[in-house]
Design a protein around this ligand. Structure first.
Ligand SMILES: [Zn+2]
Length: 511
């Protein structure tokens, strides 16, 4: 099947900036790949039989990529869970209503696709190595919905309840200590074997064109050295698949690295040999200049989730500094986008605005441009999902993942200068709801905002039915007991702030 997708503007690649923009252009697609890119008039003459999609009022561009999510179709906010410091939220979220993994994944895929994401990374969160049945339900649901996927099993084999958990539970009264013991005392090396087994099984079964199976141990302070070393060894044995790990998300995590290892958690990862081109840090908020230099030198990546970082009171990742150092920074939404709806375009806008730091040196490196930000949401994020060179640009030979954005509201409400570059118009004025048509792997998944792969009304009905059942007695009792532990837990972290930290961004004055 061949398709000719056209737009009044085509942004072919964020890396090529203005040189990559074609006015009245088109992309010719055969099966799953882009064959030709150029002017519409020339291409339509050359391929008169191709089915044409799009029109002159649309912007054609590469599909966006969410480099960090946990597949939270039904969001915490929808589940009635509010945000707080991450450490507190982790306790509070025990009340979150759960729905079937397949249902949740389909909902997550629909929300991503309708806002212009054609690829997403689902890092599955879980205490135990996530059971294969759940992983299969997720992956199959994403496939059916038609989204390109990076899937990483998660897991922690230490510090599940609190950091330095064995000392922490000594601070609890006997009844709570007994309740907490199974969360602290378990077979840590059996966990590692099971994790690697699960990865191998999923890789064997699903790794391919539409799905990349990557590694996602939950966070540095949640992994024993042995676990991290096995992850690195396994990733490298499979052609250096990506290792995605939450790192230095909060000041508490930074303090833990200094207390436990006498260095930043990133340098601890480096001691174990993990800092490499296939390492991606989720969040990366509490970095030092040494950390940033190391990431640049080793060609590692970070994912940036500004809304999530603000929601759970992490702070702001120093993306301006990371960018200046040449680190690969990629978009992540982390299930907590600013409108609570997985709108990748709004998230890109927030990235564009958040890192416009103040100062007196007016000739300093300019703030991120629209193209820089588009790169974060396309090329850079494709790399962290294991699809480098395959998606993220509209170039011959690449996979046909593209979106058509309706420019009517963006440029005709009532007027926008024709001199304004279309990428700037998109970053400043577009929304997920302006995405009209979505193509993944050469297949039309959504057209005129109607889904061709999912019965969205039926899905919503099912989600409502499942979610309104609420949580069971057992889950409520567990969550209630965790609330009793919370004051001890909050006390545990008192005094951990005895460390040097000077923020990168001076956003206002003090003292
Ligand atoms: Zn996350």
């Amino acid at each position: 099947m061949s398709l000719l997708i056209r737009g009044g503007y085509v942004i072919t690649s964020a890396a090529d900036k203005e040189d990559g923009v074609i006015e009245n252009g088109a992309v010719f697609i055969e099966e799953d790949r882009i064959v030709e890119v150029g002017g519409y008039e020339g291409l339509v003459k050359k391929h008169p039989d191709a089915e044409v999609k799009g029109n002159k009022k649309m912007l054609l561009m590469p599909g966006l990529v969410d480099g960090h999510s946990h597949g939270g179709g039904l969001t915490f906010i929808q589940g009635g869970m509010l945000f707080d410091f991450l450490e507190n939220a982790l306790i509070d979220w025990a009340y979150m209503v759960g729905i079937d993994p397949g249902l949740n994944a389909t909902l997550s895929a629909v929300r991503h696709l309708r806002n212009g994401c054609t690829t997403m990374h689902h890092n599955n969160w879980g205490e135990e190595p996530n059971r294969i049945e759940n992983a299969e339900k997720f992956i199959e649901a994403y496939r059916k919905a038609g989204i390109r996927l990076a899937y990483s099993p998660g897991g922690r084999n230490v510090n599940r309840l609190a950091l330095d958990e064995e000392d922490f539970i000594e601070t609890l009264p006997p009844d709570l200590r007994e309740f907490a013991l199974p969360m602290v005392s378990y077979d840590k090396s059996d966990f590692v074997d099971k994790y690697i087994e699960l990865f191998e099984e999923l890789y064997e079964k699903y790794n391919g064109d539409m799905t990349r199976i990557i590694m996602g141990p939950s966070w540095v302070q949640g992994c024993t050295d042995d676990f991290l070393e096995r992850v690195k060894e396994t990733a490298d044995a499979h052609g250096k698949v990506q290792i995605h790990i939450h790192t230095l998300q909060t000041p508490v995590q930074k303090a833990y690295g200094l207390k436990k290892y006498g260095k930043s958690l990133l340098f601890h990862l480096d001691d174990l040999g993990l800092v490499d081109e296939n390492l991606t840090l989720g969040h990366a908020v509490f970095l030092t200049q040494e950390d940033i230099d190391l990431l640049a030198e080793k060609k590692s990546s970070t994912t940036h989730h500004p809304s999530c970082n603000l929601a759970v009171r992490n702070g702001i990742s120093p993306v301006y500094e990371l960018y200046r150092a040449g680190v690969n920074v990629a978009l992540g939404i982390d299930d907590k986008g600013i409108n609570d709806d997985e709108d990748a375009i709004m998230e890109l806008r927030l990235i564009h605005r958040l890192h416009r730091v103040s100062g007196f040196n007016l000739s300093e490196t300019p703030a991120l441009s629209a193209y820089d930000v588009l790169g974060i949401g396309t090329i850079n994020a494709a790399r962290v999902c294991g699809f480098e060179g395959e998606v993220g640009e509209l170039k011959p030979g690449m996979k046909a993942d593209a979106i058509l954005v309706d420019l009517k509201e963006v440029t005709e409400d009532p007027w926008v200068s024709p001199d304004l570059p279309v990428a700037e118009a998109f970053i400043h004025r577009a929304k997920g709801s302006h995405v009209d048509t979505v193509l993944v792997d050469g297949k039309v998944v959504m057209e005129g905002r109607k889904f061709l792969t999912v019965d969205v009304d039926g899905l919503y009905e099912e989600v409502r039915r499942a979610a309104s059942r609420g949580i069971g007695k057992e889950q409520r009792a567990f969550a209630d007991t965790l609330q009793k532990i919370k004051p001890y837990y909050q006390k545990w972290y008192e005094g951990w702030d005895e460390m040097e930290y000077r923020p990168y961004y001076v956003m206002n004055s003090g003292i």
